[in-house]
Design a protein around this ligand. Structure first.
Ligand code: BG6
Length: 498
């Protein structure tokens, strides 16, 4: 196969007919991500006829009003998307709405039961786009209403709790109703094309594995930077903060995929077994470590792309010590990674939207090139997750031409945009279809979520007992200066792109 050729086996994987109930259907996640994802899958011909997409929320609303709400918000969120009203009308035939309080044990579930009744043998998804405190009660009420059929699956949106104890409680409550193999805990990062490619990059190219360890790797950086602020989610976000919102899930998942041992195959549990070993090898953060190896930050007013934006406290309308940025030096205490720091950082209102993983290799043992030839940079493998997905291997090269020995640091560049022409589905499109196909590999198992919380709890505890306060950083920058100092102390620097 020549480079760039389409894989001849690539095709739409058909899925069996299903019904999905989206609880929290009038909320931001449902309107911005889930219902548009289903519409896109429908446009691509993946949703079989006969599927029902049922929105459920407390507001009482006629079906038509719900359809209008979904339509109008889709047009608001995807103004540039090609939009065919006829296609939309055909999709809308599948939409239904039930207005009731699913968390109330006395609520009347009969409308929902009637809608689901004809499809008793169909795959049934209950998607809880709800606050985690409702996961237990709603699951119990699903069972009480007799709707937990043999083919039912429960989909839980993160966060699963706010610490290990609450995650335990939630997992125990939903586990009373649904078997672990019917519970799909979403981390939408696992549905991102570039994140899925991490395993392929590592385990299908013989180049990397021999150097993917402490002998050759100097350190690893994982950055998830966003330019958006907390905005209208500030009241939710204020109870969470960057550590719970991004590190406990997305960043630790990325760290697991980078650091785990090769699984025997790509089976869901084989991969998850390897990931959990990494989580368990993370060195617990002590109070003394947290002082030096973690940073908390909060954005103040500044500018993003030339536009003035408010500080976090102004958005929230109150003073707060919730971190909108964090940087952490993590250690994985196992044979492969002994002595290799993993620097993690994430923040809102940063200079650029940029998520990437940098594997920085050790410097060559002896520099042969003459002093004036130019600075010798370390070899870096940069895996760009978003935007501009791709992989770059940064190498030292001789600048061609006369004039003596001059060195240049240049990338070998695999850009997705230049290499692959097809539109690829958004992460939520992929994870939703994976639930229907019963592919648990893209979802977090109970023990995985709890192992992640256990490490996070240590950090939260150390922050609290050490009174580690948020450092201010101006919106539109790379976070507080303390984040630069955290890595600079080790004689390293954040890689900020080339
Ligand atoms: C969510 C967080 O899980 O991920 C948000 O709750 C964050 O705060 C979002 O903005 C980032 O996702 P993406 O796909 O835009 O990188």
């Amino acid at each position: 196969m020549s480079t760039g050729e389409q894989n001849p086996t690539s095709a739409l994987l058909p899925v069996d007919p299903f019904d999905i109930v989206v609880f929290g259907a009038t909320g931001d996640l449902a309107l911005r991500k889930l219902l548009p994802a289903l519409f896109h899958r429908w446009c691509d011909g993946q949703i079989p006829s006969g599927c029902k997409i049922i929105g459920a929320a407390r507001a009482s609303m006629a079906r038509d009003a719900f359809i209008t709400l979904v339509h109008d918000s889709y047009r608001g969120f995807f103004p540039k998307e090609e939009f065919d009203e006829q296609q939309w009308a055909a999709f809308a035939e599948h939409l239904e709405y039930c207005g009731f309080d699913a968390g109330d044990e006395n609520a009347d579930w009969s409308d929902l039961a009637d809608l689901l009744a004809p499809g008793i043998d169909k795959i049934r998804l209950f998607y809880l786009a709800l606050p985690p405190g409702l996961f237990g009660p709603v699951s119990t009420n699903i069972a009480k209403a007799g709707l937990n059929s043999a083919k039912s699956r429960l989909v839980l949106e993160k966060p699963i709790g706010r610490d290990l104890a609450s995650a335990h409680q939630i997992n125990a409550a939903v586990g009373k109703v649904f078997d672990e193999r019917a519970i799909f805990r979403i981390d939408h990062y696992l549905g991102k094309e570039s994140v899925q490619n991490l395993l392929i990059l590592r385990f299908t190219n013989s180049l990397f594995e021999p150097v993917w360890n402490a002998n050759a790797v100097d350190h690893v950086q994982i950055t998830v930077g966003e330019t958006v602020g907390a905005g209208n989610r500030a009241s939710y976000y204020d109870k969470s903060g960057a550590l719970r919102d991004m590190v406990q899930n997305h960043i630790l998942q990325l760290l697991c995929l980078v650091a785990m041992e090769p699984p025997n195959d790509f089976g869901a549990d084989t991969v998850r077994d390897e990931k959990i070993k990494v989580l368990k090898a993370l060195r617990p953060m002590t109070n003394a470590m947290a002082q030096k190896e973690t940073v908390r930050g909060q954005y103040t007013a500044g500018a993003i792309d030339g536009e003035a934006v408010d500080g976090y406290a102004d958005e929230l309308g109150a003073a707060s010590d919730t971190e909108t940025f964090t940087a952490i030096k993590a250690h994985i205490d196992n044979w492969r990674w002994s002595g290799v720091p993993f620097y993690l950082r994430t923040g809102k209102r940063m200079a650029a939207r940029r998520s990437e993983i940098v594997i920085q290799f050790k410097r060559v043992a002896h520099a042969l090139t003459p002093a004036g030839a130019g600075h010798l940079h370390p070899t870096r493998l940069v895996i760009r997750l978003q935007p501009d997905e791709g992989v770059k291997l940064l190498l030292m090269t001789k600048d061609p031409g006369p004039g003596g020995m001059r060195l240049r640091y240049v990338p070998l560049n695999l850009s997705y945009a230049d290499t692959f022409s097809a539109r690829y589905p958004d992460a939520y499109e992929r994870v939703l279809m994976a639930v229907v196909r019963n592919d648990l590999g893209l979802f977090m198992r109970r023990d995985e979520v709890e192992a992640a919380w256990s490490w996070i709890d240590n950090i939260l505890g150390a922050w609290k007992s050490g009174n580690i306060a948020c450092q201010p950083y101006q919106a539109g920058t790379d976070g507080p200066t303390q984040a630069a100092m955290l890595i600079d102390r080790d004689d390293k620097e954040w890689f900020d792109g080339m």
